[in-house]
Design a protein around this ligand. Structure first.
Ligand code: 13P
Ligand code: SF4
Length: 302
């Protein structure tokens, strides 16, 4: 029996639903029931019928699902798969900031720990940040932790007083303007779609900027070839799935998130067999405080 068949059988037998972030490798995307960007995965958590959710992604994504669906068992196949950006500011720093800036609204990118979300007022994802921040009426908005996503939002909302934290995704932030110019020179007829976690000097060369889901949507609609400016998992799946279209990698060797590559079909099978993975647990009062900021995101972002 192939590993894919074994997974499909066990999934049914043990009442599992498999979700995968768009950065997961194609062999994980293929065996998933639902794929999407972090906003789509968080929203989907509320509709799953199965008792067990196996989240192929990093810890903050599994935590977000658990926050919204506490009655489910939420399994993280690789417990050490974390997003380095998620802890670039401590909950204590946020608390201290709020004490010294009582009128400020604290906006947290969803790439944060549950403990951080519990201290913030509202969460955003890359696909909802602009829409949500534009609706916030406050004398000051502290945006944590991603200075690139926050900077991109700030640039488009010049009337808002947005204060940026100095955090970043180590993968996207390593992209340079020279990398973008080299890809454009190699494929002069192509459009460039980029994730807002990339630095501003790179984003200024993009034809489209958006979440991983928005990049995929743009690429599929485009009549011209598209350079995919985000973690390479997106292009790894898009390229073989659409042989009629032309997509190019951007800095293929650089844009690799090692944490997103920790899950393999063998790991998924082990979780279904009960031999691997972590059943994510959150202390109830912390979950409820974190849920407030995710609920606010869903309210303003949908
Ligand atoms: P999305 O919000 O586009 O899913 O991005 C999540 C992420 O981790 C980007 O690096
Ligand atoms: Fe975190 Fe960057 Fe990996 Fe996304 S690509 S999970 S932001 S480290």
């Amino acid at each position: 029996m192939s590993i894919q068949t074994a997974i499909a059988q066990l999934k049914q037998e043990k009442d599992f639903f498999i979700m995968a972030h768009t950065y997961q490798p194609p062999e994980i995307i293929e065996l998933s029931d639902r794929t999407g960007d972090s906003f789509a995965l968080a929203k989907a958590a509320r509709e799953v019928k199965q008792q067990n959710i196996l989240l192929c992604g990093v810890r903050f994504m599994a935590e977000s699902v658990k926050i919204l669906a506490p009655e489910k068992n939420v399994w993280l196949p690789a417990p050490d798969a974390t997003c380095p950006m998620a802890e670039q500011i401590s909950p204590e720093r946020v608390r201290a900031y709020k004490q010294s800036h009582p009128d400020a609204v604290v906006v947290a990118y969803i790439n944060t720990t549950a403990a951080l979300k519990a201290e913030c007022d509202i969460c955003v994802t890359s696909s909802s940040a602009l829409k949500i921040v534009s609706q916030i009426d406050a004398p000051e908005i502290l945006f944590i932790p991603d200075k690139n996503l926050g900077g991109w939002v700030k640039q488009q909302l010049p009337d808002k007083n947005i204060v940026l934290w100095d955090g970043y995704c180590p993968i996207h932030n390593a992209l340079t303007e020279a990398d973008v110019l080299a890809a454009k020179q190699a494929h002069p007829q192509a459009k460039v779609a980029m994730h807002p976690e990339c630095p501003a000097e790179c984003l200024k060369h993009a034809d489209a900027i958006g979440s991983t889901a928005a990049i995929i949507q743009y690429a599929l609609k485009s009549k011209e070839p598209v350079i995919i400016g985000t973690e390479r998992g997106v292009a790894d799946t898009l390229i073989p799935a659409h042989p009629d279209k032309t997509f190019y990698y951007l800095a293929k060797e650089k844009l690799v998130c090692p944490d997103m590559k920790k899950i393999t079909p063998a790991t998924v099978l082990s979780v279904l067999e009960g031999n691997a993975g972590e059943n994510v647990q959150l202390e109830e009062s912390l979950r409820l405080r974190a849920k407030k900021s995710i609920d606010a995101m869903l309210r303003l972002g949908e």
